[in-house]
Design a protein. Structure first.
Ligand code: 5GP
Length: 178
């Protein structure tokens, strides 16, 4: 088993880059099918989603736009519960089909806040695509239409996800080793 150390913690590969690419192709095919001739606006939530967004976009064959927004609320291995304000949404989303691209839905608070913020801006539709779901941790109901992986309640790093600022560059996803 290939393990790495980040700060004080050991991590072991749990989802390989090949598995990630395969599942992203599946998600992209679903979006290509559902949004044909609709020209959706994809909104990537930084920082964690950047690798997912890049790989998903390469597999979309429909006309689409991409924009990025940011919240900053996550420190260490536990969600702080304080969700900050959304920044970076400069264009009008009125009448647009929106697909929010997120790295992981954990408690769901970030996506809940995102929906609360953009719904009053009158988009035509909103869907969420998240690379990963951790259903055991959900605190608020959030409907995620597209997802690549569902995982148990474990802290993961890699493929855009960090542990205190490190590990985002890893091409595979790693689980914290107990
Ligand atoms: P939520 O608001 O759903 O609790 O959390 C959303 C954010 O928390 C994600 O976008 C992600 O940045 C961070 N997060 C949640 N779970 C994990 C995890 O297992 N590992 C890492 N590195 N970040 C996580």
């Amino acid at each position: 088993m290939s393990t790495i150390k980040i700060h004080d913690k050991l991590f072991a590969v749990s989802i390989t880059q090949n598995m990630i690419q395969e599942e992203i192709k599946r998600v992209a095919a679903e979006i290509n099918r559902d949004y044909k001739n609709k020209r959706p606006l994809m909104i990537g939530v930084l920082n964690g989603s950047f690798m997912f967004v890049a790989d998903l976009m390469k597999n979309l064959n429909i006309e689409c736009n991409i924009s990025f927004v940011k919240f900053s609320s996550y420190e260490g291995t536990e969600t702080t519960g304080n969700i900050n304000q959304l920044i970076g949404l400069t264009e009008s989303i009125e009448g647009r089909d929106i697909i929010i691209l997120e790295d992981i839905v954990d408690t769901g608070l970030t996506m809940h806040k995102m929906l609360e913020t953009i719904t009053p801006l009158n988009p035509k539709s909103i869907a969420i695509a998240s690379l990963i779901l951790k259903p055991a941790r959900l605190k608020v109901p959030v409907y995620v239409k597209y997802s690549a992986f569902t995982i148990p309640d474990r802290f993961i790093v890699g493929y855009g996800l960090d542990y205190d600022g490190l590990g985002r560059n890893l091409p595979d996803i790693y689980d914290a080793v107990e």
